[in-house]
Ligand binder design. Structure first.
Ligand code: GDP
Length: 712
């Protein structure tokens, strides 16, 4: 017989994969299958034979799932993959099949869709869709859908009967098809506040601006200036209008949320330091906002500083294609100082104006859809998620599914920490009552019952696991991909031990939130109970840190063994302290990024010429007699010559002298003689900047709410 079967055990799923090979290696893999499916696959064009005819010693079936792969195979792959509703093929006489009508237009054969690509398929689902809609979108037969629904305890007889969005998701999951929930805009649409994200280059003052704005927030006013950090806050204007600010500055949070479909931001505040101007991350923020079609309001910060030059920032932004209002465009620019708290009211007004122009509205009534902006575990209150409602009204007591987690809303708190019964669009709210810790960007959906919540959460978790295994199977696990993209990324292996399984999960999730572009937090092993010798051996083998949460101190034999092997053991009872210590260790380990920084500025007061040099030593040399007005000058630095704000020359330092003595560095307030290689174009009044290469380490950022992250 030309057919041969192979057997492979998949250790991740526990299923048996079967491979069928016809002489020269035509090979297919399956995750699971039924005997019926198997018979069809095995016999292909010989359907009359049954599975029982096969030699029994050729294979073993350990599991019995009717998976999408088998459905696809048994019903012709194209039918399952395509968007068209499957139709019964007309019976055609055999001889006609090979002879298409002469006048029939030529239709190029469709490329065959591979079974592998099935799980990538995403269909849009919505509340009240009919079974026929779902069949068209998923490509599955009505009878198949009815079968799955029956298994879920739902009887849907007609293809024109509508089903709930939750059922549509459950059925799609069973088919292995990803879903995107579409929410109806029907209902009363009312104006809603704008949701604003602050972005910009590192150290340009994003955090300081948010701190300053937070102090003008509703919560601060209510609590006498003391604010709770829950990932977002609301600022109320004298007119009664309000603005919601997301409390996590930076691009990573913004793009991660967008990537997960959580488009909550309406306006981006682009912070640019007036003394530093447009920098790489300023441009990056501009591209993020542009790609997401989110309008920008520019906040030129640090205007209180002596070196502030807001005009230069305007020109730079204009030349980068940002159409500023003063230049005839529509991007508003406000000059502020986050430290001196000046211009904040103007910024808020500009944001209100922008929001007004956008005419932001949302459906108020009906079930809510919200997005998580921050999540943390509180030791007393359990997992807490701060979410922003996008549509509808979220009501305390409702059952919800958040990403792959679920729960019943035990309490809702507003940004001032007050318990509230409901939350309307653009309102940040802290949700208590979840069973697990969701992730930023996860969607919050309201479901009818606890049972439905459990089912959806279970299905989503299974789907996530399937996706993860598929990626590993295809040799392209996300982590590996990131590693390849950023070869300079270093790894921080960690072993987690905790008192109970819940803590293990919470600590692992929290540690993973410290992942960054420079350091990959790799939790290599987790376990419940005290630190054992095995943990020490493993840590030694892979150079891991051991993190113990809420466990008793290990015996001296273990501590000594760890010390001998130079293994760092961190024991904590407060998750926040643990993260703080790990955050510092991660920052230390990060390779950092090389950046050019202006280390000092000097003014040219005089020009000296060194004449009469021999030909062999080269031509005359011009020396700039300068006074260092800011920072310091180093001989190893690059010198940049500026005239009326424009760069006229840039080159290495050929000589740096103080009182005729060569100097390596000279500090602010001193005079010096400076020669720039190949430059003889000094003029009195010119400004010279000294540029130095510095290694900038990532920043460990923690908020009082306990959320942490590493910003590169
Ligand atoms: P981020 O990295 O963009 O979040 O920047 P930070 O808010 O951490 O600010 C970086 C540094 O700039 C801090 O030392 C702040 O004190 C300082 N800074 C921020 N805003 C201002 C400002 O308006 N004026 C002055 N003089 N310094 C500021």
């Amino acid at each position: 017989m030309a057919w041969r079967m192979l057997r492979r055990k998949d250790f991740h799923t526990g299923l048996v994969n079967l491979a069928f090979r016809k002489d020269h290696g035509v090979k297919k893999h399956f995750s699971s299958g039924t005997i019926g499916n198997l018979a069809q696959v095995y016999h292909g064009d010989r359907p009359k034979r049954s599975a029982s005819c096969m030699p029994s010693n050729h294979f073993t079936i350990r599991n019995f799932h009717a998976g999408v792969y088998m459905l696809a195979w048994s019903r012709k792959r194209e039918d399952v993959v395509g968007l068209k509703a499957p139709k019964k093929e007309k019976r055609v006489k055999k001889e006609n099949r090979t002879q298409p009508p002469v006048e029939a237009p030529y239709i190029a054969p469709k490329p065959k869709t591979s079974i592998k690509s099935l799980p990538d398929k995403t269909v849009e689902i919505f509340d009240g869709m009919t079974l026929l809609d779902l069949s068209k979108r998923t490509g599955a037969y009505i009878s198949t859908l009815q079968g799955i629904l029956a298994d879920l305890g739902e009887k849907v007889e007609s293809e024109f009967d509508s089903i709930s969005i939750d059922l549509a998701e459950l059925v799609s999951m069973e088919l292995g098809v990803n879903t995107r929930r579409m929410h109806t805009g029907e209902g009363t649409n009312e104006p809603r506040p704008a949701v604003v994200t602050v972005m910009g280059h590192v150290d340009h003052g994003k955090t300081s601006l948010l701190d300053a704005l937070r102090q003008t927030s509703v919560a601060a006013k209510e609590a006498g200036g003391i604010t709770q950090h829950i990932g977002a806050f609301v600022v109320e204007m004298p007119s009664g209008a309000s603005i919601t600010f997301l409390d996590t500055p930076g691009h990573a949070a913004f793009s991660a949320m967008r990537a997960r479909g959580a488009a909550v931001t309406d306006i981006v505040v682009l912070v640019v330091a007036a003394d530093d101007g447009v920098m790489p991350q300023t441009l990056e923020a501009m591209s993020h906002a542009k790609a997401s079609n989110v309008p920008i309001v520019v906040a030129i910060n640090k205007c209180d500083k002596s070196g502030a030059d807001p005009e230069r920032v305007r020109i730079q932004l204009g030349s980068e294609g940002l159409l500023l209002e003063d230049m005839g465009g529509d991007v508003q620019v406000v000059e502020i100082s986050a430290v001196a708290k000046s211009g904040l009211d103007k910024l808020e007004e500009a944001l209100l104006l922008q929001a007004e122009m956008m005419d932001l509205k949302a459906r108020i009534d009906g079930p809510a859809q919200a997005f998580v902006v921050e999540a943390r575990v509180d030791r007393g209150r359990g997992p807490l998620a701060t979410a922003i409602v996008k549509y509808g009204t979220l009501v305390s007591g409702q059952h919800i599914v958040v990403g792959a987690e679920w729960g019943r809303i035990r309490s809702l708190r507003d940004t001032a920490g007050n318990i509230t019964q409901s939350a309307k669009p653009a309102m940040p709210i802290e949700i208590e009552g979840l069973r697990g810790l969701p992730m930023a960007g996860d969607d919050v959906v309201v479901v009818d019952s606890e049972e439905r919540a459990r089912m959806l959460s279970h299905g989503r978790k299974k789907q996530q696991e399937k996706d993860r295994l598929r990626k590993i199977d295809e040799g392209m696990a996300e982590e590996l991909e990131i590693k390849e993209e950023t070869p300079e990324r270093v790894e921080m292996p960690i072993i987690v031990k905790a008192d109970v399984q819940g803590s293990v999960q919470a600590v692992t999730d929290a540690l993973r939130s410290l992942n960054s572009a420079q350091v990959f937090v790799n939790v290599v092993h987790v376990g419940v109970g005290p630190i054992s010798e095995h943990d020490i051996d493993l840590a030694q083998a892979c150079g891991a840190y051991i993190v113990g949460f809420n466990i008793r101190s290990p015996p001296s034999t273990i501590t000594q063994a760890a010390a001998r092997a130079n293994i760092k053991v961190l024991l904590h009872k407060v998750i926040y302290h643990l993260l703080e210590e790990m955050g510092r260790a991660i920052v230390e380990k990060a390779p950092g990024t090389a950046e050019t920084q202006v280390s000092g500025e000097a003014e040219v007061l005089n020009i000296f010429e060194l004449k009469g040099r021999s030909k062999s030593k080269g031509s005359d040399i011009k020396i700039a007699g300068c006074r260092i007005t800011d920072g310091h000058f180093s001989k190893s630095g690059t010198m940049r010559l500026l005239r009326s704000g424009d760069v006229v020359f840039e080159g290495p330092c050929a000589s740096l002298k103080r009182e005729k003595q060569d100097a390596e560095t000279i500090e602010k307030g001193n005079d010096c003689g400076l020669v720039i290689q190949d430059c003889d174009d000094f003029q009195v009044g010119d400004i010279i900047q000294c540029l130095e290469q510095v290694i900038r380490k990532p920043k460990f950022i923690s908020t009082q709410s306990g959320s942490v992250r590493i910003e590169c």
